[in-house]
Design a protein around this ligand. Sequence first.
Ligand code: GUN
Length: 286
Amino acid sequence: MILIDGNKVAKEIKEEIAVKAKKIKEERGRALHLAAILVGHDGGSESYVSFKMKDCQEVGFESSLIRFEDDISEKELFKAIDKLNSNPLIDGFIVQLPLPKHIDEQQVIERINPDKDVDGFHPVNVGKMMIGLPSFVSATPLGITILLKRYNIETSGKNCVIIGRSNIVGRPLSVLMSQKEMNSTVTVLHSGSKDLKQICASADILISAMGKPHFVTADMVKDGAVVIDVGTTRMPSNQTKSGFKLTGDVDFENVSPKCSYITPVPGGVGPMTRLALLLNTLATVK
Ligand code: GUN
């Protein structure tokens, strides 16, 4: 069994990004600039956004964090998005999700200029990605395909089973994995699926993006399968300083001995998701 080290791959690629970022800064007279809008104080979102800002610093991008309280109106939030859309010094930006219930997330996503939508959530980017045109691709799916490629994992002709059909992970990943470059035969499992365990057990590559700790058990995994764990449920823990522990979808202890490759949580997909945002920001340079 080979443990896929997302931290190591992300570090290597970050070094490559830093070299390119320096060159861009010299040519344009300013660094690439990523902004993030954060609404409210959700613990998970706070920590994800602060990591994103730290990543920018590491590769030589400028970053700005724009914060609002939970009670911000949709109108005010749109105004902030419009400002970033029209600011020529901002290359790309994200609005961290989830947003408070009174704000329509889809409308927020659609307010973002697709050319600055480094999350790849805007329908224009999703549509381009669907038909294989250059576009910003959602960070987790992009990070996973990079990880598979860096480990030279054969994907062509393989049965790839994805658990979860979210707009952010499962659905875009199913498109990427079925495109010529990855060339897998893809099955997407979701809450309406039947025979879920059996289908998982037929997977050469099993990718779980459910968000249910320890959902994937050893009986659902074929000997020699590649297992990619996208789950990051924050479980209370008295063993960590933060008071929680990130827990994957996979029963790692019992599943890992059966795998050819497996990603740990933390340290597998997570660092690659963060890396992909940097790659998308770099890709704003035409
Ligand atoms: N919330 C969870 N994942 C993401 C992400 O990739 N981007 C944004 N903007 N919000 C998220």
